[in-house]
Design a protein around this ligand. Structure first.
Ligand code: PEP
Ligand code: MN
Length: 263
């Protein structure tokens, strides 16, 4: 079902005033984790002012260490919903438990399935049962074929609103957090009709190369870019080193959005 051979036309997903996979690529930005109302409102106000329509923010955080901040859970989703409705933004947040998939639809506009859960088949099946759009992240060490098969799990259960996102893969290279597989973009676009996004934050882990990598992704045909923004990155409860300040985000967005090519 994910194959371009089965369906020639691009899948277009509507999120309020914008479309994903349609005429223009989108920008998705927001904090790594939902931390407080003040944090969310500061980010939301700046996104709104910049002209960005979709805000991300994690409420369930899959952390390497059990001692690290695990997210605010359902309360975080509630906060995201409240702030997004104040500012007229659409939202994306990760869900990690199949039991939360249905409930999530009441709080957020797009359910993210994280890299660590790309082959959590029960979660994929649950995501296939709802009609909320899904943003599926490529696994840390997943091949493109495995990535497409994971998406197939969702489509095969009836949810055709799936977006794919390249977020870097594990290689021997240490200069970046992961290796951004830019070639995955045109390959996924050729093989599948689903929208393809690129997460510059988790793939590179390096603010100094977010802009060139985002531009490369768009040049390769990506339907959107995801980037993390925080009002005060050094105090962030997760990914402190690689979230942009609001000022840095504005510079990044201006650079990537030359000639108004991004929503
Ligand atoms: C995230 O986007 O919040 C995240 C945890 O990313 P990934 O699943 O790609 O590591
Ligand atoms: Mn993060």
């Amino acid at each position: 079902l994910v194959s371009r051979k089965q369906k020639k036309e691009d899948t277009v997903i509507t999120l309020g005033p914008v479309t994903v996979g349609g005429t223009k690529p989108i920008m998705v930005a927001g904090p790594c984790s939902v931390e407080s109302y003040e944090q969310l409102r500061t980010v939301a106000a700046s996104l709104k002012q910049a002209g960005v329509h979709v805000m991300r923010g994690g409420a369930f955080k899959p952390r390497t260490s059990p001692y690290d901040f695990q997210g605010l859970g359902i309360e975080g989703l509630r906060m995201l919903k409240e702030v997004a409705s104040e500012f007229g933004l659409k939202t994306i947040s990760e869900i990690v438990d199949p039991a939360h998939i249905e409930l999530a639809g009441q709080y957020i506009d797009v359910i993210q399935i994280g890299a660590r859960n790309m082959q959590n088949f029960e979660l994929l099946k649950a995501a296939g049962e709802v009609r909320t759009p899904i943003l599926l992240k490529r696994g840390l060490a997943a091949t493109i074929d495995e990535f497409l098969h994971a998406a197939e799990y969702i489509l095969s259960r009836g949810n055709s609103q799936v977006m794919l996102i390249e977020r870097g893969i594990r290689t021997y290279e240490k200069a970046t957090r992961n290796t951004l597989d830019i070639s995955a973009v045109p390959i996924l676009k050729q093989e599948s009709h689903l929208p393809v996004l690129v997460d510059v934050t988790h793939s590179t882990g390096r603010k100094d190369i977010f802009a060139p990598c985002a531009k490369a992704a768009l040049a390769a045909g990506a339907d959107g870019i995801m980037v993390e923004v925080h009002p005060d990155p050094p105090t962030a409860l997760s990914d402190a080193a690689q979230q942009l300040t609001i000022e840095e985000f504005n510079r990044f967005y201006t650079e990537v959005n030359k000639n108004g090519i991004v929503f």
